[in-house]
Design a protein around this ligand. Structure first.
Ligand SMILES: [Zn+2]
Ligand SMILES: [Zn+2]
Length: 585
């Protein structure tokens, strides 16, 4: 999927650069793929393999194609200015007439977040349970120019057909409600896609979840298992949500000041438990943060969350209750910029100011990449006088992804012929493949692949097929931006060394009409070096360049090179240089 550059007007490029380029490049692959045999299944991970986030997996037969999940990823500092990353959907777009539907395992952003972007290109059939459907609908209100979306409601253990595929949604436990694995009957054989899962036998608050379905499919014979690897490095078994509930029961029971609990708004079961404990202890709960409101509202509307009577209060009203009766559930557990808890920590939230009697509970993992922002926020909360509790010290969070013992349970229940670990960075995938081999999968039948590596499976064999070059598509808000390597490189150069503008005014014969204007932004100069002085010297130097090269055709390039050379020699800097030449006739 190598990209190529199409010179388009900038507004057009904003919308399409991410998608158009690779689409064409991929068109050339079409013939090859059309030659698939009827008993073959092709699998192409477009995201989520070799990285955490933006999960999207293509399942293709000789005549049909489905996409399981279509998620996004939140970028780290290597994508300055980019709000989200969306998987490279050009493969799907190049064969869009074959696409029979998008199947959603659950409502986390790394599984549904990119649906609106795909919907810009083509109307879609989306198969989802009510909760992720509601979340996608909420997202779509923020997007313009999307095409028609046709939702098909799916229910646990109710099989449905999409093109060549018959899917059986199997409920699994995870950190969001309505999480599913799928047993997928394909022309090549039976495939199990685990979705995100863990196994928590003590947690039966909404019906028992067992591995029975997986065991039964295992008895029938499963050709291929694709299984969640997020926690493949962690030994043992996740602790039960019941333990977390007990911790909260203790913490609320011993409460002397206000309790501010930060957690993911999508963790509806945990929210429900905190509401339940609050009710028992006659306390009041206030919600803070936009997604805390939108997720709970959706879950209540869909009867997936029951909030006990006389428990919920408005955040504006917390002052009306004694401190030891007030619990605030808030977003911002990852210290997302502008989130409620970050504003509280900075003392700029209008409804909540931290007091010395407050305790903040971080009931979530510190997602890699966010640690620095989170620890800065925690420092600010301490500065403001609060006490802060977090996972490493107290049992107030457990992952939604199974540890090694649970992964082994899945492998032993399913007993697949072939195995591909999914959802994880390379080391997680490798570790998971090892586990699979230890559970009886043959050495060569456990394949570790990364995004873009397609695999052909038939009843007799599983083999690597074409490798597509996968790009991550950066988006700012709801728009794709020019995600080419050059533009990101330029942003890094700007961030690293700043920018210098050089303006030269010349007559028709190339004679300077006035002194050059040299200005800069964001230059990081050594201590004691005066910026004005450096710029003045640059000015003198550059007027000499005009004397030397004034009539050269490539004068602009010369100015650029000379300016760079000057700053390298005089300030050890490599700024971005923008020459502006104005000729008067
Ligand atoms: Zn998830
Ligand atoms: Zn996930």
């Amino acid at each position: 999927m190598s990209s190529y550059y199409i010179p388009l007007p900038i507004t057009y490029r904003l919308f399409y650069s991410g998608l158009l380029g690779p689409k064409k490049a991929l068109g050339q692959q079409t013939n090859k793929t059309n030659a698939m045999r009827k008993d073959q299944l092709k699998i192409i991970p477009l995201g989520g393999l070799g990285e955490i986030g933006m999960n999207a997996m293509v399942f293709e037969t000789h005549c049909d194609m489905i996409l399981v999940d279509c998620g996004l990823q939140f970028p780290d500092a290597s994508y300055p200015g980019v709000e989200v990353l969306v998987p490279d959907l050009s493969y799907v777009l190049s064969k869009i007439d074959k696409l029979r539907g998008v199947i959603i395992t659950h409502g986390h952003d790394d599984h549904i977040g990119a649906v609106p972007y795909l919907l810009r290109e083509k109307s879609l059939d989306v198969y989802a349970t009510p909760f992720p459907q509601g979340l996608i609908e909420q997202k779509l209100t923020e997007f313009s120019g999307v095409q028609e979306i046709r939702f098909h409601k799916i229910e646990p253990r109710k099989k449905f057909k999409v093109g060549d595929f018959e899917l059986d949604p199997i409920p699994v436990q995870h950190s969001i409600i309505e999480a599913l694995a799928f047993a997928i009957r394909t022309p090549a054989g039976l495939v199990i896609h685990s979705g995100d899962f863990k196994h928590d036998p003590l947690e039966v608050s909404r019906g028992e979840v067992t591995f029975k379905a997986f065991q039964e499919y295992g008895d029938q014979g499963v050709l291929l298992l694709l299984s969640d690897s997020t926690n493949a490095e962690r030994e043992g078994h996740t602790i039960s949500e019941v333990e977390i509930e007990k911790s909260f029961e203790r913490l609320l029971g011993a409460q002397t000041g206000r309790l501010i609990i930060a957690l993911f708004a999508s963790n509806i079961r945990r929210l429900e438990k905190i509401f339940g404990i609050a009710k028992k202890q006659q306390k009041k709960v206030a919600l803070m943060g936009r997604s805390m409101h939108s997720y709970t509202r959706l879950a209540v509307e869909q009867n997936s969350l029951s909030i006990p009577e006389d428990t919920l209060i408005l955040i504006e009203n917390i002052e009306k209750y004694p401190e030891d009766k007030v619990i605030v559930l808030t977003t911002g557990s990852q210290a997302e910029p502008r989130s409620a808890l970050v504003r509280v920590a900075e003392g700029i939230h209008e409804d909540l100011q931290i007091r010395k009697t407050d305790t903040v509970i971080m009931s979530s993992r510190f997602i890699p990449g966010n640690e620095r922002a989170i620890t800065r926020m925690i420092d600010n909360l301490y500065r403001a006088g609060a006490d802060v509790l977090y996972e490493s010290v107290h049992q107030i969070h457990v992952s939604g992804h199974g540890f090694q013992e649970e992964l082994l349970m899945m492998l032993k229940a399913v007993r697949p012929k072939y195995f591909i670990p999914i959802h994880g960075e390379f080391r997680h995938l490798s570790k998971h493949a090892k586990l699979a081999r230890s559970s009886g999968v043959e050495e060569s039948s456990a394949l570790v692949i990364e995004d873009g590596q397609s695999v052909l499976v038939s009843p007799q064999e599983m083999a690597l097929s074409e490798k597509f070059e996968i790009q991550k598509h950066p988006a700012v808000g709801s728009l794709f931006v020019d995600g080419s390597a050059e533009s990101l490189q330029a942003k890094h150069a700007l961030a690293k060394a700043g920018i210098v503008f050089v303006a030269l005014f010349r007559d028709s014969r190339g004679k300077l009409l006035s002194e050059p204007i040299v200005s800069s932004r964001g230059l990081l100069l050594y201590h004691g070096v005066d910026e004005a002085e450096v710029l003045e010297k640059a000015k003198i130097k550059l007027s000499k360049v005009n004397d030397e090269y004034g009539d050269r055709e490539d004068f602009e390039e010369i100015v650029k090179l000379e300016t760079r050379r000057f700053f390298r020699q005089h300030a050890s800097l490599k700024p971005v240089v923008i020459p502006i030449l104005v000729s008067r006739t």
